[in-house]
Design a protein around this ligand. Sequence first.
Ligand code: ZN
Length: 420
Amino acid sequence: MLTIFRARICNFPNPENAQDFPDGFLAVSDTGKISDYGKWDKNKQKQYRQKQCKIIDYSNYVIVPAFIDMHLHLPQFHLRGHYGVSLLDWLKEYIIPAENTLTVPEKTESFIRTFFQEMWRSGTTTALIFSSNSMHFTDQAFKVARKIGFRAIIGKVMTDNKFSSMKMPVEKTEKSIRESIELYNKWHGCDDLLYYAFSPRFGPAATEKLLRQVGDFAYKNNAYIHTHLAETTGEIELIRNLFPRYKTYTEFYYKNNILGPKTIVAHAIYLKESEYKLLAKTHTKVAHCPSSNFFLHSGLANTQKMEDYGIQMGLGSDVGAGPSFSLFTIMRDAYYVRNIPPAQAFYYATLGAARALGLDDRIGSFNKGKDADFVVVKYPYWCNKDVSRTRLLSQLMFRGDDHLTIETYTRGKKVYQKIG
Ligand SMILES: [Zn+2]
């Protein structure tokens, strides 16, 4: 049996154009797959009424594909909005002390559950997530995600290089690798929703030995790698001092084998021409995190350059440095970094990110056979069914926030409903 969601349907199959069916529908099967979508014309009405499908009338609402967050940190989400002078100060002052306390599984289940629910509340159903250094905490994150049905790529943070006075955990290289592989074996692809990403925190906190071992394992097993790159000038200075034989930060990653089509680097702000070339050559993906970059005054990523080089990207909230889970907010900030049309911003928040993560056969857009991951969104005030596509997307992008999210569905199942 199919369920028909009648609504204004917007879909973002490419960066240039959006599809818009002002009186549209989305047909979802019992198994949570998209069976059809488009214009709710007489033929479709007759066809689906004859089949006695359940029809849910959302004609006063807009339905868009659910959002994909390409970069955020589970142990930091309660620390959003803490003022910090710069990335390294903020890490030292707030983040590292907090991450170090999250190790007891019994105490952390509700914390983790809230994190996933906050994403659903914002219309996000898929995320690439940094956990903490704790194997148990990371294991617990997977358990909670499986229990509630959240789609996630999660990784335990790896740090085996003491680079500052910061109380960042310094693991033995072997232990860090062993625990990560154990988690990978247990969780990667254990169902259709969960994957593992090897997650060296960032260049200064990793040894060359660790990166090489991660790179070799990931290459042999086609595994994800998730890390940060060139977020601040201070970080680049650290790389220069710690690893002087590399010409650039990106070359440090490249020569230690961690760049590739399944590697996602967050931020990528301060890059030289040769570094864009290395990212493009290795088909490495970028998580563009404009809100976090504004918050910590890290700088502006050159997304035009990334597009020119054909580097695939998506958007990341980078919670907790980013103050909001809402991809509407991140899209708006992406526009403030560089003037991009709303349809393009929506593409990066949906199918663009799915492609970057290699999950576009299942999510990111409305296509027959894909998982029915979507968000029911309210029209912003002073905006109604009659507005043009361009105006609607612009209004959602500039005025949208989690208050516009009415319901969120993943694989056809309602996982969030706004109260009141
Ligand atoms: Zn981050």
